[in-house]
Design a binder for this molecule. Structure first.
Ligand SMILES: Cc1ncc(COP(=O)(O)O)c(C=O)c1O
Length: 408
């Protein structure tokens, strides 16, 4: 009886629900929890690097001193104080924005959802790097937008390919709404867009009337201190910028933001209010406290040093154990490296063998909307300690060799 009712509910769902899939990252979450399993899958920040007692005191102080406001509904745009501070944070990447251009959200995931909701009709095209963030693909799917991927090399998206893709889509009569890009320490590839190409990409999009959605949660987590100017600095009227405190502070606070021209920001607020009424005032006040009363830039250095050491251990283990014909990226920041196996080696199949061997990762096909990435995979080095990363890569290499028929 219950079964029949459930089936008919599914049949009645809106067209947009047809493509809803569990996130491939979350799908391996339960496996990651098995005893003895090493996870190279989830890109969780290493929160143990935060001084928890100080953070606890900060949260306590906010409630004690400002509880009546912190626990109340607040402005749909977010607090003015935090919008001001966000502008200061963004100055580190050259962005000069004013608080009235800032919409605060429950994480940059929500920012992307709001932008997509505002711009995409079913059948509209979003251009995205190949590979791209799996959570973005979920958003585009939810609004029935089509995704056209543009290939990257070690300097990021290739401008000539971007231009050719736009021209081909237009020739096919498609409506392109925006180019979604993660220009710094891309999730999943770890690749950053070179300085020279930033201007080219911005110029192409401006000339073609395609907006840019710049998603930048990792930009400040550079291993060598090199911070490239945000695309937003090059064309503020055509670039919607997504920022987040998830990686430079803590994702549990669910606090991110969108920077957009005034007329877009106003509509984002209306769309946001329809979803959450207002961003959590408590979270916003804790973040305010963090930026004003704590050495948050020192904390970014601490985080970056942890991730740099873990990245180094991962790359060293890859060099030691991976079979011939395997390649990987060399990130200079962020959480991920991207591994390409010899043609024909299917990482969905490798995953089953790897789990048997006690290691889990996310197969490359998760990061493409078009079935690409089959011989690729993502390694997250942000969470596991260096010795576990090295052991995990060793187990992974054995699983790959088994898939290639080279088992030792
Ligand atoms: C590229 C990218 N964008 C957005 C997000 C979502 O971040 P937030 O926690 O701010 O919603 C992530 C999280 O992993 C990400 O990697």
């Amino acid at each position: 009886m219950t079964m029949t009712a459930e089936l008919s509910h599914v049949a009645r769902m809106a067209d947009r629900a047809a493509g809803f899939q569990p996130s491939p990252v979350r799908a391996v979450f339960d496996v990651s929890m098995q005893p003895g399993m090493i996870s190279l899958a989830g890109g969780n920040p290493y929160l143990a690097a935060l001084p928890m007692e100080k953070i606890a005191a900060m949260v306590g102080d906010v409630v004690a001193a400002r509880g009546l406001d912190a626990l109340q509904y607040g402005s749909g745009a977010g607090t003015e104080e935090l919008a001001e501070l966000i502008c200061r944070v963004m100055e580190l990447e050259g962005i000069s924005a004013s608080p009235e251009n800032v919409q605060i959200t429950a994480g940059s995931q929500m920012g992307l959802e709001l932008v997509t909701k505002l711009f995409c009709n079913p059948g509209d095209v979003v251009i995205a790097e190949g590979p791209t963030y799996v959570g973005a693909l979920g958003v585009f799917e939810g609004f029935q937008a089509e995704v056209a991927h543009v290939a990257m090399d070690e300097d990021g998206v290739v401008p000539e390919t971007l231009q050719a893709t736009i021209s081909a889509l237009k020739a096919a009569g498609k409506t392109i709404k925006f180019f979604y890009t993660i220009p710094n320490f891309n999730n999943p590839s770890g690749i950053s867009l070179s300085l020279e190409r930033r201007q080219q990409v911005v110029d192409i999009c401006r000339a073609e009337g395609v907006a840019i959605v710049e998603d930048n949660p990792y930009g400040l987590l550079s291993f060598d201190g090199d911070l490239k100017p945000a695309l937003h600095t090059l064309d503020p009227d055509n670039v919607f910028y997504l920022g987040s405190f998830s990686k430079i502070f803590a994702p549990g606070l669910r606090t991110g933001w969108v920077v957009a021209p005034k007329e877009v920001r106003g509509r984002l607020q209306i769309a946001s209010e329809a979803t959450t009424i207002c961003p959590s005032v408590l979270s916003q006040m804790v973040v305010e406290q963090y930026i004003t009363g704590f050495d948050w830039r020192g904390q970014i250095d601490t985080f970056s040093a942890v991730y740099a050491a873990r990245c180094h251990a991962t790359l060293a283990a890859l060099a030691e154990h991976m079979p011939e014909g395997t390649h990987w990226t060399t990130p200079t920041g962020g959480f991920f490296t991207w591994v390409t196996l010899p043609e024909g080696c299917d990482t969905d199949q490798v995953l089953a063998v790897a789990i048997e061997a006690g290691v889990v990762f996310v197969p490359g096909s998760a990061f493409y909307a078009d079935g690409g990435g089959r011989n690729q995979l993502r390694i997250a080095f942000s969470y596991a300690p260096a010795d576990q990363l090295a052991e995990g890569v060793k187990r992974l290499a054995e699983a790959i060799k088994a898939a290639l028929g080279q088992a030792s």
